[in-house]
Design a protein around this ligand. Structure first.
Ligand code: UD1
Length: 351
């Protein structure tokens, strides 16, 4: 069945890869993005990431340069299209920045989501997929992290905005049975599409490990700082569950198809991860092999707010959505490198 999906934040890393997989699965996609974190589109119809998605899919994407907090702008989009489901990626996501400008994080991530939900309700659209994060689990009490693990002890406004929004979504589903909401808790999305045409393009200095490593490999940064080597892990560095972005995107396609099938009710949550953790040094080593480059690094102090180990129990998504991640660390590094070396300056050096 071909669906019409409204994707907010469709120009970003997770959004653009998901748009591509939705088009590949035969769905129609309408994107809304305020382009605060995306390159291009000032004097053309589409941001660069979505132009490339169109090329890869051989199909077009309808794009609206609208901020989700702009109620009338959003109403206009819903008036023009009959939407089956909304996949909501539009959000601010930098942990450090969220501590400096918390109000902007709460305004974008919480108020923005509330306005989007209100406009959906006005237009009788009640299917919603939410882009959540493993950060809602806080310090793991038990590993692997399953969906019943306690949530909420988040240490920064970004994480809290994800947690609070999940709580809002729960209350909404409790109050009105017409709503079905899937919250997808991402572990650590990395990698890029095989073609190397789309990938992660952080603004300024990357906060996350994989884009930092790839910028060292391509010569944009001198040296990776490894945040601590005295954790209680096999080599002392932090362990995370890295998931290939295309697996993550396919997880969204499965979730959306399940959502519109009508088999689910209310608020449901699935982890999207691989179920396997790798340390910082294991990722550095795998990237070095994939790229043939030496990755210079130095050990520095721990980063405040980091946990030692995080990895997912992925059995629920496998059971209910029929989805599991297929791509391993080697492929994650190869695809990141393929994107980075063919786009050393991200989308800005467009070709
Ligand atoms: C981070 C955020 C998390 C967010 C996720 C989005 C923090 C504390 N957490 O997760 O809230 O949902 O990104 O993708 O920022 N590392 C280095 N050097 C670096 C960068 C990272 O050693 O330059 C280490 C970290 O200490 C960690 C691992 O690499 O052990 C992964 O870090 P990162 O990619 O930032 O992801 P998370 O911290 O897991």
């Amino acid at each position: 069945m071909s669906l019409t999906i409204l994707v907010t934040g469709g120009a970003g890393f997770v959004g653009s890869h998901t748009v591509l997989e939705l088009l590949n699965a035969g769905h129609e996609v309408i994107c809304v993005d305020n382009l605060c974190n995306a390159f291009g589109a000032s004097n053309s119809k589409l941001p660069e990431s979505l132009k490339r998605v169109e090329e890869l899919a051989g199909k077009s994407v309808l794009f609206y340069d609208v901020d989700i907090r702009n109620r009338d702008g959003m109403r206009g989009v819903f008036k023009k299209h009959k939407i089956d489901c909304v996949a909501h990626f539009a959000a601010l996501k930098a942990v450090g920045e969220s501590c400096r400008i918390p109000l902007q994080y709460y305004q974008n991530n919480i108020t923005g989501t509330s306005i989007l939900l209100e406009v959906m309700e006005e237009n009788n659209v009640f299917n919603f997929v939410y882009s959540s994060s493993a950060t809602v689990y806080g310090e793991p009490q038990k590993l692997p992290l399953d969906e019943n693990h306690h949530t909420g002890n988040c240490t920064n406004p970004y994480g809290k905005s994800k947690y609070f929004t999940e709580e809002i979504l729960k209350d909404l589903c409790q109050s009105d049975a017409r709503w079905t909401v899937i919250s997808l808790r991402y572990f650590n999305p990395v990698g890029a599409h095989k073609s190397g045409r789309i990938g992660e393009d952080p603004n300024g200095e990357p906060n996350n490990l994989m884009p930092y490593i790839s910028q060292v490999a391509v010569g944009r940064r001198l040296c990776l700082k490894v945040f601590g080597d005295n954790y209680d892990t096999p080599d002392g560095t932090g362990v995370r569950d890295y998931i290939h972005i295309v697996d993550l995107a396919e997880g969204h396609v499965s979730a959306i198809q399940k959502l519109v099938s009508g088999e689910l009710n209310g608020f449901v949550v699935y982890n999207l991860g691989t179920g396997r953790g790798y340390s910082v040094l294991e990722v550095v080593d795998a990237f070095s092999k994939a790229s043939g480059k030496d990755i210079k690094f130095e050990i520095v102090d721990r980063r405040p707010g980091d946990v030692a180990i995080s990895y997912a129990d992925v059995s629920l998504a496998a059971k209910v959505l029929g989805w599991t991640a297929k791509r391993g660390l080697k492929e994650m590094c190869e695809d990141t490198w393929n994107w980075q070396r063919s786009n050393p300056n991200g989308f800005a050096g467009s070709n």
